[in-house]
Design a binder for this molecule. Sequence first.
Ligand SMILES: [Zn+2]
Ligand SMILES: [Zn+2]
Length: 344
Amino acid sequence: MTGEIETIKEYRSSGGARVFAIPLRLFPVLRGYAYLVVEENEHPPTFTLIDSGSGMPESNADLLSGIQAVGERLDRPIDFSQLHRILITHGHIDHFGGIAQLRHQTTAQVYIHELDLRNLTNYEERIVIVSKHLAEFLLEAGVSAPLQERCLELYRITKSLGRSIAVERTYEAENYCVGRFEVLHVPGHCAGHVVLKLDNLLFCGDMVLGHVSPHQAPERLTHYTGLGHYLESLSKLEAWAKDTEVAFGGHGAPILNLHQRIQEIREVHQERLKRVLAILEQPHTVAEVSRTLFGEVNGYNVLLALEETGAHVEYLYQRGLLEIANLEELKNTYRVVPIRYRRV
Ligand SMILES: [Zn+2]
Ligand SMILES: [Zn+2]
């Protein structure tokens, strides 16, 4: 990643809302956006922030300078104290971590879906619990002992950068409607992921992205995630695609043809499922399937590849398309041992 600063871009909804895409340096290798929505037709004008960055110093600085730059465009100084609400698309740290810095500077209400509430309010607890699920997953996936340690260490280090924050509101309790925003629950990438709709614009978080297919992890790590839920959510979102002009993702450029993008992402997964089935004509562990699918990868990508593969294997196994080839071995021990899957 280079150090160049991308400029703020402005869009306008069919109902007259002004939308400012604020570019953020979320992590050294990850960029993304927060969106400031200004509804000047409301009295007084309403300021809604969608997602808040990662909470890393650079991300916080970019958010602050971004809000100030929007003020210049609106010809009136604005700061965090003018925010009415902060709508979080899902409980991943790169989307909600920035709230920690805002907390003391604003009375804005924070909204999240109930299924992601604990990600924000009990962040430290979640890392402990998911680490345990992850340890078991890696063992079953047939990952070597040193690599298991490295993956768990990487998971803990990256996640330890965030902290718990208080939340005032949940979308479920608000009947999936906040001001003029309509809210659609789209679990999969995250259990409580939502897409927000304002007139002809959508704010998609990581539900659909223009440049990559959003990361999937097996449901066994966190309830209500998983590829099955994700594919159902894509269909759910399709109903909103026809009157959408621009869909803003949490990362990458805005999506101008949501219908087509949904179809492309669906095809990525169908293709990957087919490949997994072909690989599993012979019995293999998730780690072996992952290596065949993604080749040699490094650093955090090892974990991402294993989770992505795990999500696809889990999807096929849940639907009776795979069986366990080493069931006898599993029967003879209560310990967690690597599982070898085979196509039925
Ligand atoms: Zn995410
Ligand atoms: Zn993200």
